[in-house]
Design a protein around this ligand. Structure first.
Ligand code: NAD
Ligand code: UDP
Length: 310
């Protein structure tokens, strides 16, 4: 198949490019390089099945493809809050242009949605049927509401035009190819520990997240995209739940060095807890995460160690 990946030079996109090329597909990687890097995919350029296109998904695009994975959108809070209006535009227009293209060329289209559609959840763990508790006007809203309206567009294109859609709700994922200054918690803690700097916990560190290793996530993506009927939304994430204090202690133990834990103000609307209910993915896709946080931190630390050493 010929497959378009928007946001293909980012963290998740670069792993997906590799995976799909390995399966023998042609891959078009489209990116505006806001948070993605050519470095993530440059080694793929020698593969004749790979093409890299600089383009912004807020403008329409056209390619003759069989499948579209729409991943374009900054995912880390500091990056998506840097230009929040652009973030909402990227989510909405990126989804609209991906769906418009899918409709024109008859492609199946996949949306990288997020656990953020559940906001600061009152239901725990979160099943796909939970409708969420999202602040429409807070500092995370550009991302959360952008992703929610993108899901709406996906389901309306399906209902109105019969477009073949797949929607995944991704829970916090980590691994190699994250930016060292990405701002997300796993990369922050590892880079801080490797540099001997103090680890920055926001709030009291009792808030929880569930961390999925990137290889597990990409396996879930491909299974959902190629499922004959399941449209989603489907939660993909690792149900192992950790406080930020536990994560900080685990990173310190693995990296060693003189770093200590320090406490800083909690950003607005920061969800207090998050854990996926993965019953649907497990039943319909036969998908279960294989890599524990302890295991996944090892290759992630090694990746950052090389970067930090320069
Ligand atoms: P990332 O920031 O590394 O990748 C996003 C990519 O999209 C980057 O390459 C960036 O340059 C590109 N991009 C941003 N705006 C664009 C635009 N207007 N036009 C074209 N390209 C644009 O983040 P990621 O972690 O790889 O996330 C990929 C997708 O998965 C995002 O849609 C994100 O919302 C979603 N997601 C990720 C996580 C996670 O934990 N990694 C969790 C939930 C959802
Ligand atoms: N966080 C933290 N220190 C950091 C970065 C993040 O304590 O240096 C916290 C953040 O406040 C949140 C959790 O870690 O409670 C996960 O943050 P991240 O930005 O990785 O993802 P998200 O909040 O979008 O789930």
């Amino acid at each position: 198949m010929r497959i378009l990946i928007t946001g293909g030079a980012g963290f998740l996109g670069s792993h997906l490019c590799e995976r799909l090329l390995k399966e023998g597909h042609e891959v078009i990687c489209l990116d505006n390089f806001f948070t993605g890097r050519k470095k993530n995919v440059v080694h793929l350029l020698k593969n004749p099945d790979f093409e890299l296109v600089r383009h912004d998904v807020t403008n329409p695009f056209h390619f003759e493809v069989d499948q579209i994975y729409n991943l374009a959108c900054p995912a880390s809070p500091p990056h998506y809050q840097h230009n929040p209006i652009k973030t909402t535009k990227t989510s909405f227009l990126g989804a609209m242009h991906s769906l418009g293209l899918a409709k024109r060329v008859g492609a199946r289209v996949f949306q990288a949605s997020t656990s953020e559609v559940y906001g600061d959840p009152e239901v725990h763990p979160q099943p796909e049927t939970y409708k969420g508790c999202v602040n429409p006007i807070g500092i995370r809203s550009c991302y959360d509401e952008g992703k929610r309206v993108a899901e709406t567009l996906f389901f309306d294109y399906h209902r109105q035009h019969g477009t073949e859609i797949r929607v995944v709700r991704i829970f916090n994922t980590y691994g190699p190819n994250m930016l060292p200054d990405d701002g997300r918690v796993v990369s922050n803690f590892i880079v801080q520990a490797l540099q001997g700097k103090d680890l920055t916990i926001y709030g009291d560190g009792t808030q929880t997240r569930s961390f999925c290793y990137v290889d597990d996530l990409i396996e879930g993506f491909v299974r959902l995209m190629n499922h004959p009927t399941l449209q989603g939304p489907v939660n993909i994430g690792n149900p192992g739940e950790f406080t930020m204090l536990q994560l900080a202690e685990m990173v310190l133990k693995k990296v060693g060095g003189p770093s200590k834990i320090t406490f800083h103000p909690l950003p607005g609307d920061d969800p207090k807890q998050r854990r996926p209910d993965i019953t649907l993915a497990s039943k319909e896709l036969g998908w279960q995460p294989q890599v524990t946080l302890e295991q996944g931190l090892e290759p992630t630390i090694e990746y950052f160690r090389k970067l930090v050493k320069g």
